[in-house]
Design a protein around this ligand. Structure first.
Ligand SMILES: *Cc1c(COP(=O)(O)O)cnc(C)c1O
Length: 410
């Protein structure tokens, strides 16, 4: 009896059963978990096919960058270094990671508020493009570059006067710590160009986790209009324009995937009629979650099964210290269930209602609430899907001393 269960999100495409088990990258969950749980498993094939279908949908001219903060795991980053046209980083720590991954530093750009002098100096030495977030940061960077005798490669991040409608996290529009308000951007651009930098154009990022193609299309269109207007005010064509991204993935019941064909078609139409200010610009989008989010699975083992006043709890060895977002405590207002499954009974019918919880001593540590699942007990494996982005690196791994989860690219 599974009446009264709360719905689970949709299992991402490409994860099929095999001999009754979830199979990831050709290996069964039991095999993958044999070296210890909890673990994150990222599937190469899923990432590669996602990139391939995205490129097929987008105009050939559009570059696709990978936003490293979505998942900086070394082997995955090395793979993205090959697959993507560029990498976007947001800290000196991420700069060290992309250097270690062997990235072409001429195709790396560094955004993010609050860059310290030592981070800026390292970025100048590495020759990455620095996306300036404020007039203060611009002056600090120019002074550091002069002292080091380096011609800085600079772009301006612009805080547009619009946001990405329906996006999970608004990153533009209104008052923001990110970027230079659009109305002040041209004057600052002229100042840094006059100071002798290598001018790398504009970066306009309006939001994240959007599933509505119309909203993405409207934002990209407004971004191209704003870039054109700013280039005219600056008085020079743009060498490059980073259009942002914000492509979302379906996490919850009822979410439909973003229609990237529609987004690509609209972009192709705009690209066919670009004004002179943008005609020669290198045009890029930057994506994290969309490229890797659905390719990751978090595997955790059930260590206890208990009943409490009529409800069943499956207590696992994992939890919000690895998968904060699945617990509903990372940028969500109402907690809803991520897609999850009993990985070693993947094809079995759902006959039970159980809440899957983590091992942390806090009521926040819920991985699945009142989920309809096959009957499961101690030793069985729970798979939490959509774990490829903002999982391991965006969760409080030190909380309660359980330590980090193992990560694998298969
Ligand atoms: C976080 C971030 C991204 C990546 O966002 P996703 O939703 O993971 O695609 C891209 N650009 C900037 C500036 C960001 O801060």
């Amino acid at each position: 009896m599974t009446e009264g269960a709360k719905p689970l999100g949709p299992v991402p495409a490409g994860f099929e059963g095999g001999a009754g088990e979830l199979v990831i990258g050709g290996r069964t969950a039991t095999d993958l978990a044999a070296q210890g749980t909890p673990c994150f498993v990222y599937a190469r094939a899923q990432i590669a096919s996602r990139m391939e279908s995205l490129r097929a949908a987008m105009p050939a001219r559009l570059k696709v960058h990978y936003a490293v903060k979505a998942n900086p795991f070394g082997p995955l980053l090395a793979m993205m270094t090959q697959l993507a046209d560029g990498l976007d980083i947001a800290s000196g720590g991420e700069l060290a990671l992309v250097e270690a991954a062997g990235a072409d530093l001429a195709r790396v750009s560094f955004a993010g508020p609050g860059k310290r002098d030592d981070e800026l100096a390292a970025a100048l030495r590495a020759g990455v493009t620095i996306n300036l977030e404020s007039a203060g940061e611009a002056r600090r960077t120019l002074a550091l570059a002069e002292r080091a005798g380096i011609t800085p490669r600079l772009a301006l991040r612009v805080n547009p006067d619009f946001g990405l409608k329906g996006s999970g996290m608004k990153m533009g529009g209104g008052a923001r710590p990110f970027g230079i308000d659009a109305e002040h951007a041209a004057a600052l651009a002229k100042e840094i160009i006059a100071a002798g930098c290598e001018w790398r154009g504009l970066h306009i990022f309006a939001g994240s986790q959007a599933l509505d193609a119309e909203a993405v299309i409207a934002t990209q269109s407004a971004t191209l209009d704003l870039a054109h207007q700013l280039a005219r005010e600056i008085g020079a064509p743009l060498p490059a324009l980073n259009l942002g991204g914000g492509f979302g993935i379906p996490y919850f019941a009822g979410d439909a995937p973003l229609d990237v064909m529609a987004v690509g078609a609209a972009l192709a139409e705009r690209f066919a009629n670009l004004p002179e200010t943008l005609a020669e610009a290198e045009l890029a989008i930057e994506l994290g979650r969309y490229l890797v989010g659905e390719a990751g699975v978090y595997l955790t083992r059930i260590v206890d099964r208990k009943e409490s006043r009529g409800e069943t709890f499956l207590v696992t060895d994992g939890g919000l210290h690895h998968q904060l977002a699945a617990s509903g405590n990372f940028g969500t207002v109402v907690r809803r269930n991520y897609p999850l499954a009993i990985a070693n009974r993947f094809d079995a019918p759902a006959t039970d209602i159980a809440s899957v919880v983590g091992c942390l001593c806090t009521p926040l540590d819920i991985l699945g609430q009142r989920a309809a699942l096959p009957r499961a007990g101690v030793g069985d494996l729970v798979a939490v899907f959509c774990a490829g982005a903002y999982g391991a690196s965006a969760s409080p791994a030190s909380f309660l001393g359980h330590g980090p989860a193992r990560e694998m690219l298969v």
